[in-house]
Design a protein around this ligand. Structure first.
Ligand code: GLN
Length: 501
């Protein structure tokens, strides 16, 4: 077994007992990145020198018997939407090309405190808007299981990096499914924590009432190590929860006897790929065999999830992205007017022209679409009909989950209706791309937790994901339920053959 094949849990043990050094571990992953990144484009920047220097510091500290953090010497990849002082932070946008933040995100600070080795920044959909990673200004990401398919998004780089053994752990962010959906399509495990469990300070804002950072790894056990390092109250994020962080690994091995899992009949409607349905149903059966009981529950407003999300998220985005005006933040127009002006002619003032041209050049088409949708939904005369109404429906969607969790402990089901789709298949049709989020947006609208993990493969060799959703702060149970499943299945151990060994 090569070093990069090993789990994070296993590597940490090997680092601790001196079987391997942090430098050797970091070198192994850097070599793997060098071999596979030209094909996958999962990393936007690789922190080779910095990572090796950090690894050497950790080896020296260990040799000197100094106390070290829980992730000491382990490489971690970070989605390029988190601020890092020592690496660029672009959000996969031209708007932030070359941007070096003046401070670290709280999650990055905690990772450094845990003595993790920050190995690089992963590709994503621009400003985390998308479900395929095709909206990156720096090129798409390929799915390691089939290079002609999308890895999902927006944390597609992080998901592909884990699936291709380019890093043992990765950070993602999830506003409407961006951790769970790419995890499902790439055959890895990803957790969206409860809103507020992880600080958003230094996470470049997309939709502030929905955004949440979470762990991505091969297994639930590995995810629990990463969540342990990043969770906790931060006075720098007023929405972060001032609630003690439990020990996420302590109860992983507790059996599932008596666990009540909900099944939603409406999840199995038309549009669900038959192979996905088959593996998801088999997962319910596996949970029954493990001592859980399955109960039919209803989420009556779930069908309104996608339209509600696509009003709230763009509304917040249009406000959050107003700061990129070429003056306060972001790319600035250089003053040269192109011969074909694309319809831009009359400006009220040179300042307005600078704003408009800077934004027109800096943002990609999907980000512009979201800004327009959101600006429209918030505008006088439409606010009540769209934005305010969406907030009311959001409340109903949340209430559905609260009611369901009176009857069951967790809700199971598919993550995505289909396995990974072909690159280019949905790029011309935004609504088709938005519908990919059918099963994931409810978790964010309700502010609760959700985990996605592999539950089988299609005949064509593509991974299929299973999602468990749980009440606020149910992360220990979500991780345990996924871990228990992974004790009796080997889907998460399978490696792709589509890449060089
Ligand atoms: N696919 C969804 C969107 O495009 C979710 C994105 C996310 O969770 N960041 O908005």
């Amino acid at each position: 077994m090569s070093l990069t094949d090993r789990s994070a849990t296993d590597l940490i043990a090997a680092l601790r007992n001196g079987e391997i050094t942090a430098v050797a571990c970091t070198e192994a992953f850097l070599t793997r990145i060098e071999a596979t990144n030209p094909t996958l484009n999962a990393f936007l920047s690789v922190n080779g020198e910095g990572a090796l220097a950090e690894a050497a510091r950790i080896d020296a500290a260990r040799a000197a018997g100094k106390p070290l953090g829980p992730l000491a010497g382990l490489p971690v990849a970070v989605k390029d939407v988190l601020c890092t002082t020592d690496q660029p932070t672009t959000c996969a946008s031209k708007m932030l090309r070359g941007f070096r933040p003046p401070y670290d995100a709280d999650v990055v600070r905690r990772l450094r405190e845990a003595d993790a080795v920050l190995i690089g920044k992963t590709n994503m959909d621009e400003f985390a808007m998308g479900g395929s990673n095709e909206n990156s200004a720096y090129g798409l990401v390929r799915n390691p299981w089939d290079l002609d398919r999308a890895p999902g998004g927006s944390s597609g780089g992080s998901a592909a990096a884990i699936a291709a053994d380019m890093a043992p752990l990765a950070i993602g962010s999830d506003t409407g499914g961006s951790i769970r959906q790419p995890a499902g399509l790439c055959g890895i495990t990803g957790l969206k924590p409860t809103y507020g469990r992880v600080s958003r300070r230094g996470l470049v804002a997309f939709s502030s009432s929905l955004d949440q950072i979470g762990p991505m790894a091969r297994s639930a056990a590995d995810c629990s190590l990463l969540l342990q390092a990043i969770a906790g109250h931060d006075p720098g994020d007023s929405t972060s929860l001032a609630v003690a962080v439990p020990n996420y690994t302590a109860e992983l091995d507790k059996p599932l006897n008596g666990l009540r899992i909900g099944r939603v009949a409406a999840h199995f409607g038309p549009g669900l790929d038959p192979e996905v349905a088959e593996h998801v149903e088999a997962t319910f059966t596996a949970y029954e065999a493990a001592g859980a009981t399955i109960h039919e529950v209803e989420l009556p407003h779930a069908a309104h999830g996608v339209p509600t999300y696509y009003l709230i998220a763009p509304s917040e985005a249009s406000s959050n992205l107003a700061r990129y005006d070429g003056a306060h933040y972001g790319h600035r127009w250089d003053g040269s007017r192109p011969p074909d002006d694309g319809g831009m002619a009359d400006f009220d003032s040179p300042l307005v022209e600078m704003y408009c041209r800077s934004r027109a050049e800096g943002f990609g088409p999907e980000v512009k679409r979201r800004i327009m949708l959101g600006t429209y939904a918030l505008s006088a005369g439409y606010y009540e009909a769209y934005y305010a109404k969406a907030l009311r429906v959001r409340r109903l969607i949340r209430q559905d989950f609260l009611d369901a969790f009176e009857q069951v402990d967790l809700i199971g089901g598919p993550v995505s209706a289909t396995p990974a789709f072909k690159l280019g298949e949905k790029t011309e049709n935004p609504v088709a791309m938005y519908l990919v989020d059918l099963y994931t947006v409810g978790t964010n609208l309700a502010g609760i937790g959700g985990i996605s993990f592999p539950c089988g493969f299609t005949a064509g060799g593509l991974p299929v994901g299973f999602q468990l959703q749980g009440p606020a702060l149910s992360e220990p149970l979500l991780l345990r339920a996924a871990h228990q499943y992974q004790q009796t299945t080997d889907w998460h151990h399978r490696r792709t053959a589509a890449l060089p060994a």
